[in-house]
Design a protein around this ligand. Structure first.
Ligand code: NAD
Length: 341
């Protein structure tokens, strides 16, 4: 029988790629509670829902702010999987105005968990972040279930979501599965994020600020294509065992990991792809962004052992993303600049 999925955050960057991947790779029906607040954007969904009746007939969207309980009038019906991608996701905004940001992320998690308690899906898959662990020092890569030590309100709100899901897993036997991942990139990302910002600045021949340590070591991250991430989630739904209490003392967790590069290497690759020089300055992350960590790193070997690694090298992904933004300067907020590239 065709599966039915509740997917949150589908109007956002990662959620829209998740929806696309589901439509492409499965025959599932997808119900998406969407808000155009919290950086949802219907432009991300239009390519899948307009002119594709075979896809749009499988998708139902309805307006729903998940910081309130999902109303019974939403008439979602039985669901096989709950896929929770939605969250306020911008670290700087969480630092500027933390209380509504954290409240939103905690409340939406509670709404989802309470919905799942009634709906009894086979799996509730929740999207966490590397930032829940805090910084990774030296060459260390965090393993699943390492100590959680968030550095800023965003990462604390994500750690709170994982903690709530774990408590509902244990108290109510919800079939929770957790993933943590980092620095997703792809087309359709908000212009305030790192890759679109670098593309915009390089095209305009402006100086790119690269976060670094006080002694000038550029920050480093693992980078993964959001389309690859979506593939990893489908792989997990098919292959990962759901752990239950009391046979296990914690739910299933996997890291979804891409390739490590410094922020400077990413900016230089983008400039090379655009055929422009990179003008940059290293900025001490302590001064520019309190709660900012120099390096995040995750170990992805557990998911690799389950048979999943990214298909495309990072440089190919970056080429694809740069081409996409150059052809759609409105997504950079620079109609004129992109046209010259
Ligand atoms: N982008 C990254 O690099 C990255 C890295 C690790 C983890 N994540 C996680 O991925 C998820 C998606 O991030 P993104 O980059 O797509 O962010 P985004 O800001 O583009 O999208 C967030 C989505 O969540 C929805 N949302 C937020 N609050 C909501 C509410 N109260 N009710 C209903 N919907 C709500 C928004 O409408 C939007 O669709 C988040 O959980 C984030 O923590 C992102």
């Amino acid at each position: 029988m065709t599966r039915h999925v509740l997917l949150t955050g589908a109007g956002g960057f990662v959620g829209s790629h998740m929806l696309h991947r589901i439509l492409e790779d499965t025959d599932w029906r997808v119900t998406c509670p969407v808000t155009l607040r919290h950086h949802g954007n219907s432009d991300r969904l239009a390519p899948y829902l307009e002119g594709r009746p075979d896809w749009s007939s499988r998708v139902r969207t309805f307006l729903c702010d998940l910081s309130c309980p999902i109303p019974a009038t939403a008439e979602i019906g039985p669901v096989d999987y709950v896929l929770n991608v939605a969250s306020e996701s911008h670290v700087d905004r969480s630092i500027t105005n933390p209380a509504p940001f954290v409240r939103n992320n905690v409340e939406l998690m509670l709404s989802l968990l309470e919905f799942a308690r009634q709906a009894q899906p086979e799996v509730l898959l929740h999207m966490g972040t590397d930032e829940e662990y805090g910084p990774a020092y030296g060459d260390y890569k965090h393993r699943e279930w390492d100590t959680v030590l968030p550095s800023n309100p965003y990462s604390a709100s994500k750690a709170a979501q994982s903690a709530l899901a774990t408590a509902w897993w244990r108290t109510y036997q919800l079939p929770v599965m957790l993933t943590r991942t980092m620095n997703l990139i792809s087309p359709c990302q908000d212009r305030e994020k790192y890759v679109p910002t670098v593309i915009r600045k390089v095209l305009a021949e402006e100086t790119v600020q690269i976060h670094a340590s006080p002694d000038g070591v550029p920050g480093s991250r693992h980078w993964i294509d959001a389309r690859e991430f979506a593939g990893a989630w489908l792989h997990l739904l098919e292959h990962a065992p759901v752990q239950h209490h009391p046979e296990h003392d914690r739910p299933t967790m996997y890291h979804v990991v891409g390739e490590e590069r410094s922020n400077l290497e990413i900016a230089q690759t983008i400039a090379d792809l655009l055929g422009k020089p990179l003008k940059y300055e290293l900025v001490s992350f302590h001064a520019s962004r309190p709660g900012h960590d120099l390096r995040y790193a995750l170990d992805g070997s557990k998911l690799a052992d389950l048979g999943w690694t990214p298909r495309r090298p990072l440089e190919e992904t970056l080429r694809d993303i740069v081409d996409w933004y150059v052809q759609r300067p409105a997504w950079l907020g620079t109609e004129a600049t992109g046209a010259t590239a």
